[in-house]
Design a protein around this ligand. Structure first.
Ligand code: M6R
Length: 365
């Protein structure tokens, strides 16, 4: 059911306020200033014994895992490793009894992710799932987990499943953090900010026409770079994946500091760079990277925080997202990137919901 939208992808982008509301429903415990994730099937003692987390997934799911890595490390101070499920399954990674493996998959049927689950179980690991499809193979074969509750996702490009996955990681980070170093005051502040997300997401999506105008301006670019740091690094990767998969424009995502190590050689007036630079701990670093790109005549599109009065002087185009904690910002900054890919693909006449060579669920290796 397209509910009047021209494509499933657009519908699913606009489903996001509701999808993330569903992902947090019944899981915010403001009284105890923590998150409730009963599906993990682990009691506080067991959760406290976790020494290390490994996150596996493919494509968009792995990108959500990368954002999750930064969230869990900063709120729970636990070492986290993220890997492609396809690499992990053949790696013979050293794991021990205090490691917990999280398999992230919208469909719950991705062959490589399932194989990574089975390999980890063979090694005696506790494996938990973060899935959308209830009763899917990965959901069934894991000891527990967290359902995203994003609702059906039909477009090949993952959109609402991504923001729901990031939200689940946020809740997990709060829960693990509250068992360790996070104070009740900090936990409560975060939960209150999380509660505001659906409204903030809706307010960003309401400005979709601004993104459409940017998409029209750059639709004929030779390629596109997506650059971000820290909490925005996974978003840079995700923005590039969305762009390449539905528009076929060559797009690359990198940590912004990698520019100097090779990427900057690609910059010229036909290679726009999308910078993820909300007001966070690395904002000034991003500004110097933007200046380096501008000095080489590269067009810059910035995704910045409302109230930022410096960015306009440097970037050619700016899309503003509401101010929020840097921990929550990825859920807002990814939205204009989804819309940018969508409107660019529509402008180029692409088959948005069924891009060439791709399947919604990759059930063979
Ligand atoms: O169903 P899954 O989450 O396991 O799927 C993983 C990837 O195949 C998927 O995210 C893919 O990268 C999407 N088409 C990206 O938009």
């Amino acid at each position: 059911d397209l509910s009047g939208y021209p494509h499933y992808m657009l519908k699913e982008i606009f489903d996001q306020p509701e999808a993330i509301r569903n992902a947090m429903r019944g899981r915010l415990d403001l009284e105890e200033a923590t998150a409730k994730l009963g599906g993990l099937n682990m009691n506080p003692q067991q959760l406290l014994r976790i020494q290390r987390i490994v996150i596996v997934g493919c494509g968009t799911a792995r990108h959500a895992g990368i954002v999750g890595e930064y969230l869990i490390e900063s709120l729970a101070h636990l070492p986290v490793e993220v890997d492609y499920a396809s690499e992990f399954r053949y790696r013979n990674a050293p794991l021990d009894g205090e490691t917990v493996v999280f398999a992230v998959s919208q469909s719950g049927e991705t062959a490589d992710t399932l194989a990574a689950v089975r390999e980890s179980k063979r090694k005696g690991m506790r494996v938990l799932g973060i899935c959308n499809q209830v009763g899917s193979t990965i959901a069934r074969e894991t000891e527990g987990g967290v359902y995203m509750h994003a609702g059906p996702e039909i477009g090949v490009a993952a959109t609402k499943s991504f923001t729901s996955q990031v939200l689940v990681f946020l809740l997990l980070a709060v829960l693990l953090g509250r068992l360790r170093y996070l104070s009740a005051r900090q936990g409560k502040k975060l939960l209150e900010a999380i509660e505001k997300l659906p409204e903030q997401v809706a307010s960003v999506l309401a400005r979709h026409e601004e993104v459409r105008a940017i998409a029209e301006k750059y639709a004929h670019a030779d390629g596109m770079l997506f650059l971000g740091r820290q909490f925005q690094y996974g978003i840079a990767l995700e923005g590039a994946l969305k762009m390449k998969e539905i528009t076929y424009i060559r797009a690359e995502g990198h940590p912004a500091a990698e520019l100097k190590h090779g990427v900057i050689a690609l910059i010229d007036e036909r290679m726009p760079s999308v910078f993820l630079c909300p007001q966070d701990g690395v904002y000034d670093k991003n500004l110097s990277n933007i200046a380096e790109v501008k000095a080489r005549r590269g067009p810059v599109i910035a995704i910045a925080s409302e109230g930022d009065d410096r960015i306009g002087e440097l970037a050619d185009d700016v899309f503003f997202v509401p101010q929020c904690s840097e921990l929550l910002a990825p859920i807002l900054t990814v939205l204009p990137l989804q819309l940018l890919a969508y409107y660019t693909a529509v402008g180029l006449g692409r088959d948005v919901d069924k891009p060439r060579n791709l399947a919604k669920s990759v059930t063979v290796e």
